[in-house]
Design a protein around this ligand. Sequence first.
Ligand code: ADP
Length: 381
Amino acid sequence: MSRPEAGGPEKHESCMASITLSKLNKHYGALHHAVKDVDLTIADREFVALVGPSGCGKSTTLRMIAGLEDISGGEIRIGERVVNHLPPRDRDVAMVFQNYALYQHMSVYDNLAFGLRNKKISEAEIKAAIDRAAEILGLHDLMKRRPRQLSGGQQQRVALGRCIVRNPVAFLFDEPLSNLDAKLRAQMRIEIKRLHAQVPTTSVFVTHDQVEAMTLGDRVVVMRDGRVQQAGTPLVVYNNPVNRFVAGFIGAPAMNFLDVTIRREGVVLVAQSAAVKLAITEPSGEALAAWIDRPVVMGVRPEHLVLGGDGVLSRSFQANVEVVEQLGSEILLETRVGQARVTVARVAPETQLAAGDQVRLSVQPGRLHFFDPNSEAAITA
Ligand code: ADP
């Protein structure tokens, strides 16, 4: 990577960088191991979303990249530079926080200029950098206002603008949309995506919201209990979750899980319980040959179940409707299948159904997932 040392707005095209985490660890005191052996390379210009439930170590990972948290073990490289012991200001990354962190007593213009003035850049250059950021984010009409005179979305745009003018090697986002209402979150998501298309800077975005992660990330990194579970494109983590946790975390409504036993019936394998008996036509069927007469966990997403038997009885089963949720665009059904609760999505809104009805549900081809009941790893071919 070749880039000038001085941090000025003119350096833009040359300041990209990858971020490499190697065996990254964080201990808080003797007892708490918050980040465990994280290996991850974020490519130059890539947008990676770190996602997982609260407490899984995603913010700690981000804060270690930023230099706001010491690391307990491993290595962090930004570009070619090992930054383990560099203070945050020397890492040339910009962080966007949930609470915006704007200076309340300064105008929007001065908020945007603040970081650059500290670097002793000429006012003309500062103005050029601010004009460009304002153009990208639509901030021109807000320049004279104070942060308290702005809506939450506008404040978040100013916070983004402050990152853009600094022209950093990477953007680090720590749950930046959590304070916004649902509609504004969706809008800001699109703005961030648009921003990344216009200013394709290496980005790491921390969120507990899998929809945010899926929609924003070139790649989604799912964490649990300090460890990376899976890193892949949104479609890969959706279609090929490596374990039951990822399968249940990615996708809404969440994947249904049923306890079944694998049996051989002539030339086919079936997944069987007291309530279901399904022919396995999935590619993972081959791997299931090792599981004959053993219990496994079967997973199927709500959107991969369809109402009706279609005559292919070997891929359908009976369910009792317990709750009908009319969303206008679709119906969500909560059903019971033996002991298991099974959600069905994308039922046509005009479908006449009520609690207590019996329905038949078919599984779309290729959509069954199977997991080892002990390790919870996906059973794949
Ligand atoms: P996330 O961002 O995924 O919600 P964090 O990275 O904030 O999770 O925290 C990971 C784990 O480390 C949590 O169990 C949290 O309680 C713990 N932790 C975070 N910060 C500290 C701290 N300063 N001291 C002790 N434990 C901490």
